[in-house]
Design a protein around this ligand. Structure first.
Ligand code: GRF
Length: 203
């Protein structure tokens, strides 16, 4: 499978994928000058920047996105810090083929600033979720999750670091499992192949 990765920030998850040996065929960023693009360059990957301000609306933006994905023969998409909602048309064009990483145990704390919100609510457990992307906001069928504790004496930065470390461990494993066909979205539900499915819990 040819995977594209959608980014927009520090690219630490892109880096985790690449160091794990997961093969990425294209990187698209919604922001110029971000670290994620440097990482793509360092690894010699094809990359491009699509800035929302260059397009009149979401439809036009996503048309350009799909054009790039098609141009590079991308069949599956992993979102990692891409802070834009895809249009229903884009999602429908890649059925069961777009996944996102979110820094909470969804359905808790969807949306932005999930780690900060969980921390300031004083939760003792949060975590990381990988889910298929649907038309809602962080609502798609869950593929894999790992819990992450907030420990006594944690500052926000400690908690954030622990969550990000869990992301870096989980996401590459899940992407490799999806690439091998160990789980798939069938009629809106995630179906797992029974053998060796511990990755869904981050093991
Ligand atoms: C991650 O925390 C991910 O869960 C969220 O955006 C962040 C991306 O970080 N969707 P990075 O750019 O991979 O470092």
């Amino acid at each position: 499978m040819r995977w594209g990765v959608l980014v927009g920030g520090t690219g630490s998850n892109l880096k985790a994928m690449l160091t794990s040996g997961f093969s990425v065929s294209l990187v698209i960023s919604h922001k110029a000058g971000v670290k994620a693009l440097e990482i793509a360059r360092d690894y010699g990957l094809e990359s491009c920047v699509l800035m929302p301000k260059d397009y009149p609306d979401r439809q036009a933006y996503d048309a350009a996105l799909v054009e790039q994905l098609s141009r590079f023969g991308i069949e599956r998409v992993a979102m990692a810090g891409f802070l834009r909602w895809l249009t229903p048309e884009t999602i429908a064009r890649y059925p069961g083929a777009i996944v996102n990483l979110h820094p909470s145990l969804l359905p808790a704390y969807p949306g932005l600033h999930a780690i900060e919100r969980a921390f300031s609510d004083g939760v003792l457990w949060s975590g990381v979720t990988v889910h298929f992307v649907d038309e809602g906001h962080d609502t798609g069928p869950i593929v894999a999750q790992v819990p992450v504790p907030r420990l006594v004496g944690d500052a926000l930065a400690d908690f954030e670091e622990r969550i990000h470390a869990a992301e870096h461990a989980l996401y590459p494993q899940v992407l490799k499992a999806l690439d091998r066909g160990q789980a798939a979205l069938i009629d809106g539900r995630v179906e797992y192949k029974k053998e060796n499915d511990q990755w869904m819990h981050g093991h």
